[in-house]
Ligand binder design. Structure first.
Ligand SMILES: O=P(O)(O)O[C@@H]1C[C@H](O)[C@@H](CO)O1
Ligand SMILES: O=c1cc[nH]c(=O)[nH]1
Length: 312
């Protein structure tokens, strides 16, 4: 008899960055991949005012976003004062803080992001932040389905490579399924802001895969056991079911923030229309401008929340 090892849990029990009794009895909590700890650092002093946590794959993109936000919020860095990578002691991620905003890189794929989200949630807990007042954003890139390249997709839901709306984590010999849900009201507000600032965006489902090549039905990986017709049939089926872009982190981002009850949104610019091809060969300067689009929308959202003029 085959054993069913799948267990779906929607373990959201209110809003809480952490839900783990083992943490209470630990003398020190080392956030190893961030090179921080609740003993060696005064996490309340450094992070106690955080309200917005912005994630993105690439370290340089998140450094640029940090500088962009300093500029947008008109922070005055005194002479000699610089924005610095707080997690410099670890070479896994970069983390910058500008007033109530964290800008942090997460690397590529769910395993890298999931480590970071565990540590960021614990960091905010140690810092004494209020989970009902913090919003998480993923500012990413993706392959589009049926959209002009450069369009920002605001994810209304995240699904896996076979269109299921939960993330599976093998845990103690069982496959635990965590629902991946995103915040409808936040998405509506972001969509409206994107219109107000003239940044082309659309709501749609985001497919999150474990691989860039075969997982995303590309024909240009080192291996490929399907035809172009198979590829297009799959992508068109996904498009018919509401998928508008494909990337590699939204499922984990949505599942872990939903589990904590923290508001979150995923905004990814599309770098190409996958119905037309697989290779990404857009000139660097054009790509840089496209990658800044999700940042512009989130910057406007943050400015609006801080009571600043945000439409300019
Ligand atoms: O945030 P980024 O632009 O890193 O997100 C996508 C998904 C993968 O991490 C990566 C693949 O090129 O880009
Ligand atoms: O096609 C793409 C482009 C960016 N990121 C992805 O995961 N896929």
């Amino acid at each position: 008899m085959a054993l069913d090892r799948h267990l779906r849990i929607d373990s959201q029990e209110g809003i809480s960055f952490v839900r783990n009794i083992h943490l209470d009895s630990m003398e020190e909590d080392v956030l190893y991949h961030l090179a921080l700890s609740n003993k060696s650092h005064d996490l309340k002093e450094i992070f106690g005012d955080v309200k917005f946590v912005c994630f993105g794959g690439s370290p340089s993109r998140m450094e640029k976003f940090a500088h962009y936000m300093v500029d947008q919020l008109k922070f005055k860095l005194t002479p000699g004062q610089t924005l610095y990578n707080i997690s410099k002691g670890s070479d896994r991620y970069v983390l910058y803080k500008m007033g109530p905003i964290i800008s942090v890189s997460h690397g590529m794929g769910i395993p890298s992001l999931s480590i970071l989200i565990h540590e960021i949630l614990k960091l905010l807990q140690h810092a004494g932040c209020d989970p009902s007042e913090v919003v998480f954003f993923r500012l990413g890139t993706s392959g589009g389905l049926g959209l002009d390249a450069g369009t920002v997709v605001i994810s209304e839901a995240a699904v896996d490579g076979i269109l299921r709306s939960y993330m599976e984590i093998p845990t103690l010999g069982l496959i635990i399924q965590h629902p991946a849900k995103l915040d409808e009201a936040l998405n509506k507000e972001l969509l409206q802001i994107s219109e107000e600032i003239g940044c082309k965006s659309e709501l749609g489902k985001t497919m999150c895969t474990y691989d860039f090549y075969e997982g995303q039905a590309r024909l240009d990986g080192a291996f490929c056991d399907y035809t172009e017709e198979d590829k297009l049939a799959f992508l068109k089926r996904a498009h018919e079911r509401g998928v508008r872009n494909i990337e590699m982190e939204s499922l984990c981002f949505a599942a872990m923030t939903h589990r904590a009850g923290v508001k979150s949104a995923v905004l990814c610019v599309t770098l190409l229309n996958r119905l037309n091809g697989d290779q990404i060969n857009t000139p660097h300067d054009v790509m840089e401008e496209w990658q800044a689009r999700p940042q512009r929308i989130v910057a406007a959202y943050i400015k609006k929340k801080l009571g600043m003029e945000y439409k300019s």
